[in-house]
Every structure is written in C-alpha cells, then in structure tokens.
Design a protein around this ligand. Structure first.
Ligand code: GBH
Length: 449
C-alpha cells in the first residue's frame, strides 16, 4: 500500500514538444522552422536525424491520447508549432494547423485529460530567423500576436498555458554553445536573445490577461540546482557564478525585475551589454500564475580561474548517470523546490519536465523492462513528496516524456519515453515498465517509500 500520498488535487501528467513528436514537417501548409533548417544541414545532428517524421504524432494523436488515458494521466503538456499555425511567423493563418490543435485539445478533453499548451518549444518560423530571429526586437511582437491568435482559437479549451520552454536553452545552447538551432556561438547574440525572449514572455502574459480567458499562465525554466565541490571560498564563488548564469539570469528578471548585479556588470564590461528598453524589466516581471520547472540533474562545480564565469562543472564519481551522462540526483529536486519557494515565489510550482534517457531494449517478451527509469522516477517522486511536506505548493508533475522522440542534437539515439516507439516497425507504441509503474502511482495518488 502506498504510504506517501500526494494532495488530492495533485496533477500527474506527461510532456512532449511539437518538433520532437509531430512529424508531418511539410504537411497541410506548415511552414519551415529553424529546426527544419538546422536538422537538414549535415553534421548538426547525430546520424543526421531529422524531425520530418518523428513519432508521426500528427497522424497518430488519437492512438496517443488512448495511451495517455490508459496510463491515467490527469494532464498532458504539449507544444504548439508556431510555423504550423503561422507558416511565415506572422500574417496569414494556416487553418489546417489550427484545426490540428483543436482536434487534439478536444479529444484530450473528451478523454478527461487537462491540456497544457506551451507556445514556444524552440521551433521558430524560419522566415523570422531570416530577419534576425529572437535577436531582432520585432520577433517579440510577432510572438505576442501569435500568442493572441492561439488564445482566441484555443483559449476556452486550454486551462493552462506556458509561454516559453527553457529560455536558457534557447538563448545559450542555440546562440552561445551552437549545439541547437540556429547554431550560433556568439555571447552578444545569446544575451540579446535571452532578454528578448523574456520580454516576449511578459507581453504574452499581458495579452492573456486582456483576453479575459479563464485559464492560468506561467513560464517554464530549466533549473540546475548547483552545489559547490567544497566549502572553500573559491568554490562558493564558483557556485554563485554558475547559479547566476543558469538560474538567476532568468529567475531574477521574472520575479524581481532585475538581472543579477555582478553578472550583468561583468557582461557589460566584457561585451558592452545588450539592449534593455525602458519598461522592459516591468514587462518581464508581470505576475504569473505558476512557475514551471524542468529538472533533470544537478551541477557540482569548482573554482576555475581561467574561465570567464570562474567555474567548471565536475562529475562526481560513485554516482549513477543516465544515457545523457547526467547524474541521477533526486535530492536536488527537493532542494531546488524549497529554494524557489523560499527565495522567489509563493505561487504554485509545476514540475513541467522530469525524466531520463536510458538504453532501453524491446525484450523477447515484447516488453520494455526499463528498471533504471522506474527507479529514477520513483526517487524523484519521493523528492517531490518531501518538498510538499516541507511546505512547497507543488501542484503537479509532468514526466518527460510521454513517448520516445527526437532528442534534438542526439536525434533518435536517446530514449526518454515511458512509451517505447519502434521507429523501424510502423511506429509501434509499447508501454514500458515505467509507464505501468506510473499508472499505479497515479491510481494511488502516491507511492510506497
Ligand atoms: C529539456 O531540455 C527539453 O525541454 C526537452 O525538449 C528535451 O527533450 C529534454 O529536456 C531532454 O533533454 O551536461 O550535466 O551539465 C533539457 C535541458 C539543459 C538539461 C542543460 C541538462 C545540463 C546537463 N538541459 N543540462 S550537464
């Protein structure tokens, strides 16, 4: 019998993103996104995989909703492909794209599953990238118009909205590390992109309030709880820099209307800064209804004199690592939630993503015995429970991911799903052991420690 029981209104869900599962990349009038372009340039993605077909969810969404229902999900988080509904990013609407999301949302509601829609999970319309993408301030206003379109089309049906997924990854991984579309390695660009994303978030919140629709709106940040290798003053400084770069750069503007002072000064000194218009910080810090967090692992850092940000990440030995080489560290989720509640917000928090990639195999019995993922999820559920016990208003938990899918730079080589997808065999879906475990957790609204 389950002895760790969650609050009765706690919501259990799973998450996906449009480019990672939909496929139908050029169907029914969809425009190209920067990910279509990026994946078709050889060498960007492992095995030169693309999202052209992905899980073919665009055609199989009914089957996928039936599987969600079988697992017993309370809620499902998906993202809307901006170029599917606005092929050029602005202007002419693609009705067939709108219709797809209407069908999806209506069927979810019919199945008793609460839809949660993310407006931006990285697939910027290519036409907007040609005009400078997120670095161009105009994109902010096009995003707001796109958001308004979706509120008016789906606002009565979708009770939970997320403006952006992981502005850190969009700005830094896409424009500083160059591993994601659009593939730049330019600090100035990355900082301007981060700022513009945040302003666009605030404006999309404004439009949401003005629309008068009933639901709730928030933003999803990927947060990396940071630990110092030792108590030394240097390592503590390293931790502070790493936290400012990864976490506070986004948390502080959203909740405190300012950038971290020390890091902002360093950026201004080093790169001349980026453009912040009068009123931007007020826009960015508009009141939201909830904070979404994506948690996968922690960071452990030590002091590194030669680094711009005075730290480097170390990989603790004697730890378990996932197929992404990310350390399994459930306590970090608890610590992070407690910190957010203490330092940033009393609002509800949703874990909008948590999960792990492991080298799953379809076994001879036709099943997928993904014990490492079962263990990973159970330990993180327990950490979430502990945070609730400590008083954190954690309201729901979306597992990443519903399906194995296109894992960005790693293509199809990494499997995060609780449902196995056999890309070689007509996209056959199989519930993994982790999905069955999750089904039980949902049925019990809790688990046994
Ligand atoms: C998410 O991003 C995305 O929202 C989702 O689309 C994606 O499929 C999923 O996660 C899985 O990758 O190398 O140890 O320093 C995750 C973003 C950013 C996760 C940085 C881990 C650092 C790990 N992440 N990160 S480490």
């Amino acid at each position: 019998m389950a002895n760790l029981i969650f609050p009765s209104d706690f919501e259990w869900g799973a998450a996906t993103a449009a480019y990672q599962i939909e496929g139908a990349a050029a169907e029914d009038g969809k425009g190209k996104s920067i990910w279509d372009t990026f994946t078709h340039q050889k060498g960007n993605i492992l095995n030169n995989d693309t999202g052209d077909i992905a899980c073919d969810h665009y055609h199989r969404y009914q089957e996928d909703i039936a599987l969600m229902k079988e697992i017993g999900l309370d809620t499902y988080r998906f993202s809307i492909s901006w170029p599917r509904v606005l092929p050029a990013g602005k202007g002419k609407v693609n009705q067939k794209g709108i219709d797809f999301y209407k069908r999806l949302v209506n069927q979810l509601l019919e199945a008793g599953i609460k839809p949660a829609a993310t407006l931006y999970h990285w697939d910027l319309p290519e036409q907007l990238q040609l005009k400078g993408g997120w670095e161009n301030r105009d994109t902010i206003y096009y995003f707001q118009e796109y958001a308004e379109l979706m509120y008016s089309e789906l606002g009565d049906l979708v009770p939970r909205w997320i403006t952006h997924n992981e502005p850190f990854v969009v700005s830094m991984v896409g424009n500083l590390f160059g591993e994601h579309a659009p593939g730049y390695q330019d600090y100035n660009k990355a900082l301007q992109v981060a700022h513009n994303l945040l302003v666009s978030h605030g404006l999309a919140v404004d439009s949401f309030r003005e629309s008068g629709i009933k639901g709730e709106i928030g933003i999803t940040l990927n947060l990396n709880h940071v630990y110092a290798k030792t108590d030394s003053k240097e390592d503590q400084q390293a931790k502070d820099y790493c936290d400012a770069f990864n976490n506070r750069w986004f948390l502080d503007p959203v909740f405190k209307a300012k950038y971290p002072t020390k890091l902002l000064a360093l950026y201004q000194d080093k790169f001349g800064g980026f453009e912040i218009e009068t009123g931007d910080m007020e826009i960015i810090s508009r009141e939201i209804d909830f904070l979404g967090i994506n948690y996968y692992s922690r960071a452990v850092v030590e002091y590194a004199e030669d680094e711009l940000l005075k730290h480097k990440t170390i990989k603790p030995e004697q730890a378990i690592y996932t197929a992404m080489n990310w350390e399994v560290y459930p306590d970090g989720l608890r610590d992070l939630l407690i910190r957010l509640n203490k330092e940033y917000t009393d609002k509800e928090i949703f874990i909008t993503e948590n999960g792990a990639a492991f080298a799953d195999q379809l076994a001879a019995d036709g099943q997928v015995h993904d014990q490492p993922r079962v263990d990973y999820l159970r330990e993180h559920f327990k950490a979430a429970y502990q945070a609730i016990e400590a008083g954190v208003p954690l309201a729901g938990y979306y597992v990443w991911s519903l399906l194995d899918n296109f894992e960005w730079a790693f293509g199809y080589s990494k499997r995060f799903g609780i449902i196995h997808v056999d890309y070689q065999n007509q996209q056959q879906r199989t519930l993994k052991d982790s999905a069955k475990m999750f089904k039980q957790v949902i049925a019990d609204n809790g688990l046994t420690d």
